[in-house]
Write a protein that binds this ligand. Structure first.
Ligand code: SF4
Length: 76
């Protein structure tokens, strides 16, 4: 249907220190577990505002523990 590349937010649990800035920046995709570590909604990001927040969270992470993974768009 669409050839627009989709992205999904992921966290590297080895780098993450669990302070939780990311959950404040993009609460629509990230909540914190009982220990303060981020749990990320694995769905592809389709909403522009959500993608903008996700990019901001990636750029703001002090441990460089977040990334936006590119997904193959389903089509044909
Ligand atoms: S901002 Fe980065 S280091 Fe902090 S909790 Fe989120 S992913 Fe982990």
């Amino acid at each position: 249907m669409s050839s627009v590349p989709l992205r999904r937010l992921r966290v590297n649990p080895i780098l993450c220190d669990g302070v939780g800035y990311c959950a404040e920046i993009v609460p629509e995709l990230i909540f914190l577990d009982d220990w303060g570590f981020p749990v990320i909604d694995p769905i592809p990001i389709e909403d522009e505002t959500c993608l903008r927040h996700a990019r901001k969270a990636v750029a703001s992470c002090p441990k460089v523990a977040l990334l936006l993974e590119h997904l193959e768009a389903s089509g044909h």
